[in-house]
Design a protein around this ligand. Structure first.
Ligand SMILES: NC(=O)c1ccc[n+]([C@@H]2O[C@H](COP(=O)([O-])OP(=O)(O)OC[C@H]3O[C@@H](n4cnc5c(N)ncnc54)[C@H](OP(=O)(O)O)[C@@H]3O)[C@@H](O)[C@H]2O)c1
Length: 302
């Protein structure tokens, strides 16, 4: 039983800055005692910067039905690509979402609260987790999706490259995960943490030299197993997805043909391939410590 369920928290926290339209209890499909339907004129918090591109969650102005079963996900790197698709997928399954990226705009969806800022900055990481808790009452899942990938010969990496990779891939992961797991432990009913790594960790390729990506994302894979074991008894599961090369804005369309050839199945991955993997892990209570390769066969061989 939850002592302080997210229902009241959600509504109370938002009354201060938006209009809430309660639907009469029992007054419509999906409503009933204990269920409140709230609509926000806007949602979102920015730490720095303003909106620089359209709202990626454009299904927007969605009604959110809150019940004591409302689940909450925190997703980093959520303004585009895999992260933005994960936000939509969790929303489709009825979850509320705290979403972060450096340039993410406020969302028009009442079930999404955004925090703009660099996840390598511990102040931002704290704000991301705190904002989700403030607006939605809890954190059930954290997806550490924000990541930096720089491919270059080892001797060509600069100090700036190193700082960027360590900052986002490791410091961002450590601080956000510490805060989210601490929140899950306070809630006392388990949780889930998912890392997004890269198949290059298990499958080095001379055509794509990227030691610092392997160093950092490989560290995430080891940490995934370590955390899974540390928190198994408390019901906090920890998994990773290890993608091959995925058609996201990270890659220019003119490179697709060449990149497809790097996969045994002869094609690049789609964003939906990764979303499906994360949702599988979300719904797999007996799976923890898993590194789920979604890589068109790369990690199996050539
Ligand atoms: N696409 C692939 O082929 C591939 C393969 C293997 C692994 N991955 C991993 O999958 C994850 C998502 O990749 P993607 O392809 O979806 O990338 P993407 O399309 O380039 O999106 C990256 C997202 O991360 C955000 N981001 C970047 N730096 C950030 C920072 N310092 N703090 C907070 N957010 C930050 C970006 O938004 P802002 O610019 O607004 O910050 C954006 O929302 C990454 O971890 C990546 O390493 C991707």
């Amino acid at each position: 039983m939850r002592a302080a369920g997210p229902v009241n928290t959600l509504v109370d926290a938002r009354v201060a800055y938006t209009r809430v339209h309660p639907v009469a209890h029992g007054g419509g499909p999906g409503t009933g005692p204990g269920i409140t339907r709230a609509r926000l004129a806007h949602g979102g918090t920015t730490v720095d910067g303003g909106p620089t591109h359209p709202d990626p969650f454009s299904e927007s102005e969605t009604d959110i039905v809150t019940t004591s079963n409302q689940k909450v996900a925190v997703i980093t790197g959520a303004s585009q690509g895999i992260g933005a698709a994960l936000v939509q997928a969790y929303r489709k399954h009825g979850w509320a979402v705290g979403a972060n990226s450096r340039s993410i705009p406020p969302s028009g969806d009442a079930g999404v609260v955004t925090v703009a800022g660099d996840i390598a900055d511990p102040v931002v990481a704290r704000n991301v987790v705190d904002t989700a808790v403030r607006d939605f009452g809890r954190v059930d899942t954290l997806v550490n999706n924000a990541g930096v990938f720089i491919a270059k010969p080892f001797t060509g990496y600069t100090a700036e490259d190193y700082q960027a990779l360590i900052g986002v891939n490791l410091t961002g992961f450590v601080t956000t995960t510490q805060l989210a797991v601490a929140q899950m432990l306070r809630q006392g009913d388990g949780g889930h943490v998912v890392q997004v790594t890269t198949s290059l960790v298990d499958h080095a390729n001379s055509n794509v030299p990227s030691v610092l990506a392997s160093l950092t994302k490989g560290g995430l894979q080891s940490a995934t197993k370590s955390l899974a074991i540390e928190f198994a008894k408390q019901g906090v599961r920890v998994n990773a997805v290890s993608p091959g090369i995925i058609q996201t804005p990270m890659h220019a369309p003119e490179t697709y043909d060449g990149l497809a050839g790097l996969h045994p199945v002869g094609r690049m991955g789609m964003i939906s391939d990764i979303v499906d993997g994360v949702l599988y892990l979300e719904n797999a209570p007996f799976v923890t410590g898993e590194i789920l390769h979604i890589d068109g066969g790369q990690s199996a061989g050539h």
